[in-house]
Design a protein around this ligand. Structure first.
Ligand code: GLN
Length: 481
């Protein structure tokens, strides 16, 4: 049998249509890849659970197809970050505090994908509560990068990226609060889409920073990402922040004139920030591809981009400290009763249940919200965020795209930043602005270092410009990227 494990969704569907591949065979092949990997010296640790009944679900999809049913994703297996609810399945956010918890309902995005015939085959590893950039802060241990097993896959949706990169799923869902899909996608050679805020329903996604969170997509091609987005997107009455914007089509929309005439801004703020020389040269190559194809690339200055890490690491922890208050040992997951009344039950449960990075966020969040500091930190950050949105809106009046590396460096080593929170936070240097402003951004594979580590570049556009971003990615590929 052919090796179907690395095929994009679009090709899988056409092979299944032609009767050359079945969904059951595909799930078997993913499971075999996973089992082979588990037996290796340094397992990737992409999945925290591969569902026992995934094969049964695939067989059922094959039967529906045989019976003549046609659905956009019928029989396509996908992996799901362990912070997105799937009814009847465990969900832990890689945290001890959710041990024993089962989702009573499915996220809207899962429901839509399942209604389109797709099959969730397992839950993937992540940084606890999606707080991290390396997929190391997890109760299940670190996930490894398939291109170099001593390196991280990026985080926090590291397991979702690795499941696709290592041929254990056709595509995957992750979550984005400050770059958690784009960073691992760039470290693992994949397309990583952070949709516009409101594009995908957040219902059923465990909240981290509610004004920043979006479910994101990891895919092998831009066309796959477009197809998945078209199925999952759209207004949802369960999420008041979901947008009533027209849903993009399933087919990648070709740009009328290719890349010619596109106005591309390259902000200087993202260079000279400790950028790895190989990342810098891959990035310059993308710029020249744009130019050769007739795009107008302009180097600009956008000073506010320099403030985004500071803004993000005030606003995200502030929202997290409030969102995570619900994990109190009463309603969800694990409970540790200190035997000294309710207060001790709360505090012992939270002390045992949360890992150090989550505790750090809660402490930072409470600090920036506390009286005496709220004006200096949280409210100031909100004011600057408003400014960022305004200036970025102006920028996207003059330019179609903002182009940057996804990360200043390729995948870093496991253990390299784990004890240095600021170094870890700086991995998000190029990504957080999109979450703060709500605009869509896409990480695109842009070659590799000499030692074979993938490099990603990022394009961002105005609100709801996903078709332009995905079309640009496909056009860049046509230009030889
Ligand atoms: N790395 C960032 C953080 O630790 C972003 C995480 C995310 O996007 N979920 O908060």
């Amino acid at each position: 049998m052919m090796d179907a494990t690395k095929l994009p969704v679009v090709e899988i569907l056409s092979l299944i249509d032609d009767g050359k591949l079945s969904s059951e065979e595909l799930v078997k092949a993913y499971r075999a890849a996973l089992e082979g990997d588990r037996a290796s010296a340094k397992p990737l640790n992409a999945y925290v659970e591969f569902f026992d009944d995934a094969g049964d679900l695939a067989r059922a999809a094959d039967a529906r197809r045989k019976a003549g049913e046609r659905l956009p994703l019928l029989g396509v297996p996908f992996a799901v970050k362990d912070n997105i609810s799937i009814a009847g399945r465990a969900l832990t956010c890689a945290s001890d505090i959710l041990e024993g918890y089962t989702s009573p309902y499915s996220a809207t995005v899962i429901e839509r994908l399942v209604a389109a015939g797709a099959i969730p085959v397992g839950r993937t590893n992540m940084d606890e509560f999606a707080m991290g950039s390396s997929c190391e802060y997890s109760r299940y241990g670190a996930t490894r990068n398939p291109f170099d097993r001593d390196r991280t896959p990026g985080g926090s949706s590291g397991g979702s990226a690795v499941a696709v990169a290592a041929g254990m799923a056709a595509f995957s869902l992750g979550s984005e609060t400050g770059g958690s899909v784009r960073l691992p996608a760039s470290f693992c050679g994949l397309y990583g889409l952070k949709p516009s805020y409101g594009r995908l329903s957040r219902y059923g996604l465990v909240a981290f920073g509610s004004s920043l969170d979006q479910i994101g997509i990891c895919a092998r091609t831009a066309g796959d990402a477009a197809l998945i987005l078209s199925v999952a997107a759209g207004r949802d009455d369960h999420d008041e922040t979901s947008a009533d914007a027209p849903v993009p089509g399933a087919r990648l929309e070709a740009l009328p004139r290719g890349l010619a005439g596109l106005r591309v801004a390259v902000p200087g703020e993202f260079s000279g920030i400790g950028t790895d020389p190989e990342v810098a040269s891959a990035f310059e190559r993308v710029i020249s591809l744009f130019e050769k194809a007739g795009a107008a690339v302009e180097r600009i200055s956008f000073p506010l981009l320099k403030s985004c890490i500071a803004l993000y690491y005030i606003i995200a922890p502030a929202e997290a400290s409030s969102n995570l208050a619900r994990f109190d040992g009463i309603r969800y997951g694990a409970r540790v009763d200190g035997g000294k009344g309710l207060f001790s039950l709360y505090s012992v449960t939270r002390d045992r249940g949360f890992g150090p990075e989550v505790k750090r966020r809660i402490v930072v969040g409470n600090f920036v919200l506390s009286s005496g500091y709220v004006d200096a930190y949280y409210k100031k950050a909100l004011a600057v965020r408003t400014l960022l949105v305004r200036e970025l809106t102006g920028l996207f009046g003059r330019f179609d795209l903002l182009l940057s590396p996804t990360s200043p460096t390729p995948a870093f080593r496991i253990g390299e930043k784990v004890d240095d929170p600021v170094a870890m936070y700086l991995s998000d240097l190029c990504t957080t602005f999109a979450n703060l402003a709500g605009v869509p951004a896409l990480s695109i594979p842009a070659g590799a270092t000499k030692s074979g580590l993938p490099i990603g570049v990022q394009i961002a556009g105005k609100l709801f410009s996903e078709p332009l971003l995905l079309g640009t990615a496909a056009a860049l590929r046509g230009e030889g990227l």
